[in-house]
Design a protein around this ligand. Structure first.
Ligand code: GAP
Length: 453
């Protein structure tokens, strides 16, 4: 049974070192979280799976990692400075600030129920910066609110250095920042979060075909790669479109409180490449960087066969990595009744996603031969380079099993007196709790098979 409440996941994350409140000992900071020893591993595994599917498994997509801080003009001409905002409403009675489109009842304050509310006003979501020695406090840069725009401005750089025919894509994984009015749902809505986004450049006449293609590809990835059951996922087409979009659909996951967005697929048309090409004329001419319009960097594509030059359309896939991790943990979470008043919490992660691939436990720690054999086994398993292998040398075996069940370690390997006699160790499987004895030299091969699943 998956988690019934996100609170189960919040408690597990803190207890077992997946996610902590940001700046915790100074009272925290809304919408900022720190990822602990096991959270970083799970995030890394999700990122790698996305990168594998988007880049290593294909010929038509390149990777990019652009700067998080960027020139203010880029966000002015992308349209974000003018229109990347949420409608903010304030309660005149208690001072609560709410995002109007997320209020329970738009006529009443979510906090105190008062109907004395301000008119909604556009609240800028980007985090502005004043950087450089000459900065006078005025905003001259922004932290990026999405990876996408930082990909568009590199369209020409990538295409010139690695030629491609249309359609082709550019993918990025990285941080994005938004001054959300009301961060909520643990890591669901944060002010600093991580996106995995891919921009696919197509001939304008093919946009609808590739919009359908990427919708289906992405949904299939959630089901077949991450292992989220199909019935827990659905498409939700947008009725109200963002300033750049011709069509947009969310992929939603059934969180304990209801379906909500984990990824978006958008047809951004030629909005971004077109406006950045046009904007440079304005800005370069006014800054006297450019004497003649023809030296503007054109974010366009030349078809070698037809000789046509045009601005491609963009189909974007935009996933939140933190939301993916949250959905994965909710699905994997289980509380099992073991009878006799005993129970256990277990994270039934797919082994390739597990933060720790195996734990080696010397059952007796004051017998040097057992400790030596355990160390040797850990060394051998680390040579497989499959991720984190832990040596447990504290606490009792029951506590060790409980901890590894809760962090989702697929197998624990116990070294004991019998190992000294017949060279076998005990493998204890997380999901079934079955214990089997196997020859120590067979363990690496067995583990390789387990972590492929
Ligand atoms: N480039 C398009 C874009 O940014 P978006 O729907 O605003 O589209 C894409 O964001 C994904 O990023 C969302 O589906 C969500 O998973 C994640 N995301 C957006 N805002 C977030 C936030 N404040 N906290 C956590 N994840 C967020």
């Amino acid at each position: 049974m998956p988690a019934k409440s996100v609170n189960d996941i919040v408690a597990l994350c803190k207890r077992r070192g997946f996610i902590f409140t940001g700046s915790e000992i100074y009272g925290g900071l809304g919408g900022a979280y720190d990822y602990g020893p096991y959270g970083v591993e799970l995030m890394r595994n999700i990122r790698n799976a996305w990168w594998n599917a988007m880049i290593y498994a294909r010929n038509d997509i390149e990777g990019l990692d652009a700067a998080l801080i960027s020139n203010r003009l880029m966000w002015k001409y992308s349209g974000h400075e003018g229109s990347f905002s949420d409608p903010l409403v304030e309660c005149k009675k208690c001072g609560a600030r709410m995002r109007q489109d997320k209020m329970k009842d738009q006529t009443k304050c979510d906090n105190c129920g008062s109907t004395d509310l301000t008119e909604p006003r556009a609240y800028q979501l980007m985090m502005g910066l004043s950087i450089g020695a000459m900065a006078d406090g005025a905003i001259n840069a922004y932290l990026r609110p999405e990876t996408a725009t930082t990909t568009y401005v590199n369209f020409k750089n990538v295409l010139d250095s690695k030629p491609h025919k249309l359609p082709f894509g550019i993918a990025q994984i990285g941080k994005a920042f938004r001054n959300e009015i009301s961060p909520r749902g643990f890591v669901f809505r944060m002010r600093e979060f991580e996106q995995a986004e891919m921009q696919y450049f197509v001939n304008p006449s093919d946009d609808e075909k590739y919009f359908e293609y990427w919708k289906n590809e992405r949904l299939a990835w959630w089901i077949n790669v991450l292992g989220i059951p199909a019935e827990k996922l659905r498409f939700l087409p947008h009725e109200k479109l963002a300033h750049y979009a011709k069509a947009a659909v969310d992929i939603e996951y059934a969180f304990p409180d209801g379906f909500d967005e984990v990824e978006g697929v958008h047809n951004r048309q030629d909005f971004d490449l077109g406006s950045h090409t046009k904007a440079q004329n304005e800005f370069k001419l006014s800054a006297k960087v450019l004497e003649n319009k023809d030296s503007t960097t054109k974010l366009s594509y030349s078809d070698a066969q037809t000789g046509e030059n045009f601005v491609p359309y963009v189909i974007e896939t935009a996933m939140g990595v933190n939301r993916a991790m949250l959905a994965i943990m909710i699905e994997a979470y289980d509380e099992e009744d073991l009878g006799d008043g005993k129970s256990r919490t277990v994270l039934k992660l797919k082994p390739w996603l597990s933060p720790v691939k195996a734990a080696v436990i010397p059952l007796v720690r004051n017998v040097p031969e057992i400790v030596d054999l355990s160390n040797k086994l850990v060394d051998d398993l680390r040579k497989l380079a499959i991720g984190r292998i832990e040596l447990e040398n504290s606490g009792n075996i029951g506590k060790n099993y409980r901890r590894h069940d809760e962090i989702g370690t697929p197998v624990c390997i116990t070294v004991d007196h019998q190992t000294l006699e017949d060279g076998t160790v005990t493998l204890r499987y997380r999901d079934t709790m079955d214990q089997v004895r196997v020859k120590t030299d067979e363990v690496p091969q067995k583990l390789l098979e387990i972590v492929k699943q």
